[in-house]
Design a protein around this ligand. Structure first.
Ligand SMILES: [Zn+2]
Length: 104
């Protein structure tokens, strides 16, 4: 893995971006609802979407953190299921991947 530093930087940037986004979502969800019932109905629908986006972001954050840990301990790029190397192409497309294409 020659470009591990580039991958690490990309992962850290993505992590930062996601952290900011989840915080924004969190703030948004905490905003008090409007008193007007029709508007608050729309708002709660929007909240559900926000929660879903937030869950996805949290999921990705967990994966990125795992990938960063793996970079630290030198096991990055090795499939967690079959112990084979994950292809460079796959890692380029999905730097937070912890399984090879066959095991994903
Ligand atoms: Zn595998």
């Amino acid at each position: 893995m020659s470009n591990i530093d580039a991958i690490k930087t990309a992962l850290e940037e993505r992590l930062q971006e996601l952290t900011v986004r989840t915080k924004e979502i969190d703030d948004d969800l905490r905003e008090p609802s409007d008193d007007d019932w029709s508007e608050s109905a729309v708002e709660s629908e929007g909240d559900e979407v926000l929660e879903e986006v937030g869950d996805l972001a949290l999921d990705e954050i967990a994966k990125i953190k795992l990938a960063l840990c793996k970079i630290e301990d030198g096991t990055y790029g090795v499939c967690t299921r079959c112990d084979k190397k994950i292809s460079a192409q796959r890692l380029e497309a999905l730097p937070s991947a912890t399984t090879c294409i066959n095991c994903s």
